[in-house]
Design a protein around this ligand. Sequence first.
Ligand SMILES: Cc1cc2nc3c(=O)[nH]c(=O)nc-3n(C[C@H](O)[C@H](O)[C@H](O)COP(=O)(O)OP(=O)(O)OC[C@H]3O[C@@H](n4cnc5c(N)ncnc54)[C@H](O)[C@@H]3O)c2cc1C
Length: 490
Amino acid sequence: MNTNFALIGIYLVAHAYGTANPGPTACTNLTNSLGVEKVISNPLNLQYLASTEDYWNALQSDYKPSCIIYPKSSQDVSVALQSIRASGSRFAIKAGGHNTNNFFSSVDQGVLIDLSSLNAISYDPTTTLAIYQPGSTYGDLYDYYAQFNRTVLGPTLGGVGTGAGLGGGLSYLSPQYGMACDDFRELEVVLPSGEIVNASSESYPDLFFGLRGGGGNAYGVVTKYTVQSRPVGEFYAGNLIYLFEQSDAVADAIRDFMQYNPDPKASIIATYLKLPTPDLDLNLDEAILMFLVYDGLDPGDVFNNFTSIPYLLNTMSAKTYPEVINMPIPYLAQLSRGDNVFRVGVHQVTDNSYKAALNAWRNWAETNKGRYELLTFDFEPVPESLTEASNAQNGGNAMQMPAGPWYWISYILETPPFMSQVDYDAVQTSFKEMVDSVGNADGLPLFINDASADQNPLSTFSTFAELQQIKNKYDPDGFFTGKTGGWSFA
Ligand SMILES: Cc1cc2nc3c(=O)[nH]c(=O)nc-3n(C[C@H](O)[C@H](O)[C@H](O)COP(=O)(O)OP(=O)(O)OC[C@H]3O[C@@H](n4cnc5c(N)ncnc54)[C@H](O)[C@@H]3O)c2cc1C
């Protein structure tokens, strides 16, 4: 259908229906403009069910969109945004569905824009640029680019969606190349007005800046990414698993690695993990899971501080990049969809905060047995090589990352299913108080990919005032602010 006629139709239908039922009104309009095959309103439809089930925070699956749309082009997204605006409906943009915050990628009685059908991927061997639409998971992207011995930077688990890049994107390769968003070269964006633009360091540079680590659903919908790919060959990588009696020794080794490791090809993520099983003094309810990754087959002695501590299991071996991403089988089994929430902390390496944070978390875990299914505490190092690489590209990202080393702590709480609202609220408040009690380092940004909405992470960015201006420029009448979830710019 001619787009202009479609939009006139949208306008007339919206006015005829009024705004009493904005969600269903938007869905009727969308069915007329996009066609029935791209709009599903039946909550029993299998595709509808798959979209609403596929949230890493299972509580988001309780919400029932009036319809789910599956755009196949940026034009579809443009028509959709204009239609949703005209109806006054709420909406949400969903890529991989891994953000745990309410209404960030879920919506109740509004329009869910599911980007999964917008999933073209290609590679240009001349420029080594990777070009992809937002509907793939990062695991799909890693698998695809591996055939060219290349990859794109992205999260350390494959199921996470492309929204992770808009939030910054911390990768095993970040110590070498910066954050995932630092490799962005051009983004096709459908603005809240419906206009389709290409943002890069030359064109719409302010929009390009905000979308590199400042989050997704604030300035528009990204419908195509053009990204610098990176070479990958063989890795020496694996997990070391320790009993908690090694807790302090491992924490000291992590601190030393964060402070002194000289080799950007070496990367670690450290997960302390608590299960709901009773303690019984057997230490079977807890474990430490190290992810050690070296880009190349000879790590020298960079991981010796870890391998010299007695461990339960060592799976270090030669691996391809997709194997690196898939390596933590016990971790994947545990760290799965459930009633999950994230919180984040940011700390200097040198101030002993790592011990205080770990102790606060362990004490909370002991005193709250029975109130969680799974509890994890991750050290996520931000070495100086990462911040240098970040700031060397495109003038740095929306975080304008201060010189490393420093680190984020990612906290995950999975509560048992079917908790009463009162118990759920109480455990969330208590968990928040524990994280807050640790405090944060001044002048360092909270990582939005790991943050809870109430932590207001954008306000910790040195660029906050600039981001507020960019938000006001591209969403001048507050359409996104008022009608979809997302980070606060207030
Ligand atoms: C198990 C697990 C492992 C993780 N590991 C890492 C990691 O290693 N590194 C890391 O950096 N992060 C990691 N994360 C955090 C992850 O990056 C964030 O949860 C991220 O928001 C997920 O993106 P998504 O596309 O899967 O989720 P969604 O919930 O679909 O999207 C996230 C947000 O971005 C918006 N958005 C998505 N796509 C677009 C678009 N095209 N245009 C506009 N807005 C958009 C959505 O509206 C939503 O607000 C992990 C999360 C989980 C649950």
